[in-house]
Design a protein around this ligand. Sequence first.
Ligand code: GLU
Length: 457
Amino acid sequence: MTVTVRFAPSPTGRIHIGNARTALFNWLFAINNKGRFIQRFDDTDIARSKQEYADSILYDLHWLGIFPDVTEYQSRRFDIYDAAVERLKAARVLYACYETPEELDLRRKVRRTRGLPPVYGREALTLTPEQVAEYQSDGRKPHWRFLLPNFTSDPLQPERTDVHWSDLVRGEETVDLASLSDPVLVREDGTYLYTLPSVVDDIEMGVSHVIRGDDHVTNTGVQIAIFKALGAEPPVFGHHNLLTTTTGEGLSKRTGALSIESLRQDGIEPMAVASLAVLVGTSENVTAAHDLNELASHFDPAATSKSASKFDPDELLVLNRALMHHMSFEDARDRLMVLGISGDKAEAFWLAVRGNLDRLSDAVAWWRILSEGPQEPAEFSGEDRDFLHQAFELLPEEPWNGTVWKDWTGKIREATGRKGKPLFMPLRLALTGRTSGPELSDLLPLMGREGTLARRP
Ligand code: GLU
């Protein structure tokens, strides 16, 4: 059996780091099992779904390094769901209901006061043909509920019915079908809720493993029953914990909080996002993986915590820095070129500055400092000015070799008696305008003798 997974967001907004976690869990699972990855857009809600969101989701996935084998849209598959509805009706497990939301609400309250669980009491099953005819003549349209298999012979007498599965993330899981209402699969206006199309597609598309957020655990009990009603073997399920903000709020596509787009615009590397999205809330150390294959080797769904994990964007910057520090010139070259950093000094420049960058775009400021001089010339005391004057006089003639910085500062030390910070800080300030930054021994050769002398205060 080929392992087949799917990522199935509704295209109703831009995806955030929590959605990316689901996509990445599936993608890494596919990598580790040489499987297929289906991108499926759950866009049965035509009013809220937008192609531009689907496109943006694909863009974000590509940016993260996820390249689906196929892309499917549920909105193009209604006839397949219609056929499944007919099968369920023929099997008498999909039944028409005519209650309004207000009536249902009232019933729930009555059940509560009687100490009964607030689930749907299947009153629609007791309607006489006359009552149904009356509803229809009143113009009421039915919605359709799936009859959960939680009874022996009388659906009005539900009994505890445990559905078990072995969850890839959570281990043994159980849902009691008697604790749930028969789910509505089709609304009054004929539109589909998510539940049925998802099962139909998982069957049709040969999905072997459904990996999704743990907000779907209860759905899984219901959906396993629907798989069986449609004569199919349910897939393996895995429910990962959800991510929250540092203050514990859930993430939402609507608010745009921690959207992949905003992180990209903030200069965060895809592998910083992917590494944290996958490893936060697992027993693995959170370090930045170089690529998704490497991340896959650290990925074990069973090592994921069962409770929600807080996602701290500051940790992204820590991972980003680590990625910058090790990024080869090869990997950085094209992106540097786009930023105007190219030419025969570009590689040496990159190797000199990468250890000081939070983001790749920070390289621009250093490139400017090196090509144009300090952006804001530093102020010096008279004493430091004299010291620098003397120091610049001692700058070795070209050609320079790899020890020029050491040679120069050696001479300065000898001539002025200064050493340590009083020697290096004025030089750093004069050369770069900053109090910290890359090793001056690496920067000096990039400035050249003329460029260095031009920085004399
Ligand atoms: N469209 C559903 C969601 O975004 C998919 C859940 C699933 O993976 O089955 O929550």
